[in-house]
Design a protein around this ligand. Structure first.
Ligand code: HEC
Ligand code: HEC
Ligand code: HEC
Length: 126
């Protein structure tokens, strides 16, 4: 029989080595932030900027689920402000410079959201 103690140690060592790369990427805002163009004449996003930086992907998923599964089209932010749940009419109305905002940051982090094959980007799907 193998010594169970060593087998378990081996499993733990393997698990630690195998998952290490993920630990560095975990946590909020651990990605490159190039100089993005922020909307002119607006001072705040739908949630505080640190939250948006770290969680906008999850927020968009929540928005989609709320709209499509729960038919809820109004989002109440952490500050109590109400926003229409819409990628096109809310997010992209302020962030109308998609190329120098969403795209610029995504490209420098090698993320390519597939949303724009269906959703209309400001100025058309270019
Ligand atoms: C009313 C206008 C407005 C709307 C609507 C809006 N934003 Fe923003 N957003 C801003 C502004 C202004 C900032 C910069 C805030 C700051 O720097 O304090 C910002 C910041 C951000 C950031 C962080 C950028 C950085 O500085 O790193 C992300 C990501 C973001 N928004 C995504 C979204 C998404 C996704 C939506 C829709 C769910 C959305 N925004 C809706 C105005 C808006
Ligand atoms: C400051 C940088 C930055 C800005 C600005 C930004 N994003 Fe992102 N976004 C990211 C990063 C980094 C990821 C990947 C994060 C991850 O996978 O954990 C991401 C992921 C996403 C995802 C999920 C994609 C996937 O395949 O999982 C969506 C959807 C998204 N962003 C939408 C937007 C939209 C819409 C805007 C513009 C309104 C925007 N983002 C602006 C950095 C940014
Ligand atoms: C295959 C086509 C398709 C793709 C790809 C797609 N969506 Fe959608 N999405 C839809 C349709 C259809 C609706 C329903 C429109 C409605 O009822 O308002 C919708 C609704 C939504 C809504 C809520 C309502 C609205 O008008 O914004 C959000 C938020 C959303 N999608 C986010 C995303 C994000 C983020 C991505 C990329 C990660 C994405 N979607 C990719 C088809 C798509």
């Amino acid at each position: 029989m193998y010594n169970a103690k060593y087998v378990i140690v081996g499993i733990i060592v393997f698990a630690v080595l195998f998952t290490t790369p993920f630990w560095f990427g975990a946590g909020s805002g651990a990605y490159k932030r190039p100089d993005v163009v922020l909307p002119k004449g607006e001072t705040e996003c739908v949630e505080p900027v640190e939250y948006m930086r770290a969680e906008h992907m999850q927020l968009l998923n929540t928005w989609r689920d709320e709209a499509l599964r729960n038919e809820r089209r109004v989002y109440v932010s952490s500050t109590g402000k109400k926003w229409e749940i819409s990628l096109q009419n809310t997010c992209m109305k302020c962030h109308d410079n998609k190329a120098d905002f969403c795209d610029k940051c995504h490209v420098s982090n090698s993320v390519y959201p597939y949303c724009w094959t269906c959703h209309v980007a400001p100025g058309g799907n270019k």
